[in-house]
Design a protein around this ligand. Structure first.
Ligand SMILES: NC(=O)C1=CN([C@@H]2O[C@H](COP(=O)(O)OP(=O)(O)OC[C@H]3O[C@@H](n4cnc5c(N)ncnc54)[C@H](OP(=O)(O)O)[C@@H]3O)[C@@H](O)[C@H]2O)C=CC1
Ligand SMILES: CC(C)(CO)C(=O)C(=O)O
Length: 327
């Protein structure tokens, strides 16, 4: 196996994890950057910096970088850290470089929805396609300058293998063994990892949409009305995911615990809505609604929530366009 890791989506999470790989594995890392970003990276001497919240430098890494194009060496180890809705378009130009020797790790919110759409568009492992791993990260990272990331909240990165036992397992095991040296957790069985993934989906499906609609940080949802709203959403989620074995009240307590622990945090969906950007709602609430339709389960609160956030997103994008016209 080639030891080079490619990172597609070199924003806050991509840079942070690229730095981990370079620092702990000492293997070559290539950032796949679109033309304007590649020029900026060259101007920064191909160097990224990770800092603490008080701007103390934790470390720097100097990395290779290239444009994502169809020509180039085969890509064996790929980590995708774009926003969920950008994945397919970002992957398209490099897809000829993927093969049955490739392992792709999705390190994004909404990975279950991304995984479903990638599996529809890529060949399966048994017909010469890449293997796909799913990742969860609870680190909090923001960008101050384009290649300076602030590690604002310590967390962990864990990986699950939804295709365990399929063609290419030796190669996937080598990938997992490599990234475990960066301190990422790779030992959970897929059923345990899936449980963790669903709980994260529940948290993101409650907190991110509600804070986006009300323009507040996570902690403001712990009031009685906030708790009632979370409970209503958790009733649908508990019906949709009976395998979690948690009642709506238990799910609500879990969500409130995270809301308390991240009280001051303005999550990415809330920030995206107010910056007039597209959000990841289709891969969080939308994923749940589409799964419910497939399973013929009624989830009226989730249906409402999806539409409400799409409407809020539309308003944010329109306001941004109008503000740009006035400039
Ligand atoms: N930040 C955080 O603390 C956390 C984030 N996450 C999740 O991680 C994922 C990434 O988040 P984050 O790093 O914050 O997002 P960012 O917006 O900072 O980074 C996304 C990057 O993707 C790049 N990109 C988009 N389209 C393409 C393309 N076609 N080709 C190449 N690159 C492309 C963008 O590059 P360009 O600069 O050129 O536009 C951008 O730098 C999301 O799913 C998010 O929800 C999860 C937990 C915490
Ligand atoms: C847990 C939570 C909701 C913390 O804000 C998060 O994952 C996010 O910001 O997207």
């Amino acid at each position: 196996m080639s030891s080079r890791f490619y990172i597609l989506g070199a924003g806050a999470i991509g840079l942070f994890h690229a730095h981990h790989i370079r620092t702990f594995l000492h293997t070559p890392v290539t950032l796949l950057l679109r033309a304007p970003t590649l020029t900026q990276f060259h101007a920064a001497n191909n160097t990224l910096t990770i800092q603490t919240s008080d701007r103390t430098v934790i470390g720097t890494s100097t990395l290779d970088a290239e444009e994502p194009t169809p020509d180039g060496p085969p890509i064996e180890n790929l980590i995708i850290c774009t926003k969920a809705h950008d994945t397919l378009a970002a992957l398209d130009p490099i897809s000829p470089r993927l093969s049955s020797n490739s392992t792709i790790l999705l390190l994004q919110n909404g990975v279950l929805g991304v995984y479903t759409s990638l599996r529809r568009s890529l060949s399966s492992p048994s017909t010469g396609g890449p293997r796909i791993l799913l990742g969860i990260t609870t680190h909090g990272v923001t960008l101050t300058e384009r290649f300076t990331a602030i590690h604002a909240g310590d967390g962990e990165t864990s990986i699950g293998d939804p295709e365990q036992g399929q063609v290419g397992q030796d190669r996937v095991n080598t990938f997992l063994e490599h990234v475990s040296r960066a301190g990422w957790s790779t030992t959970l069985s897929y059923p345990d990892f899936y449980q963790k993934l669903l709980l994260k989906l529940v948290v993101n499906t409650c907190l991110n949409p509600l804070t986006s609609l009300f323009n507040t940080p996570n902690g403001s949802l712990t009031t009685p009305h906030g708790q009632n709203l979370i409970h209503l959403i958790c009733k649908d989620l508990s019906t949709l995911f009976p395998d979690l074995g948690l009642s709506p009240t238990e799910l609500t307590s879990h969500v409130l615990d995270i809301a308390n622990r991240t009280a001051l945090n303005r999550n990415s969906m809330e920030r995206d809505v107010y910056a007039g950007r597209r959000t990841e709602v289709d891969f969080l609430v939308g994923y749940c609604v589409e799964l419910a339709r497939e399973r013929e389960v009624e989830v009226p609160i989730l249906e409402f929530l999806w539409e409400a956030v799409k409407m809020r997103e539309e308003i944010g994008m329109r306001m941004k366009r109008e503000a740009q016209k006035l400039r």
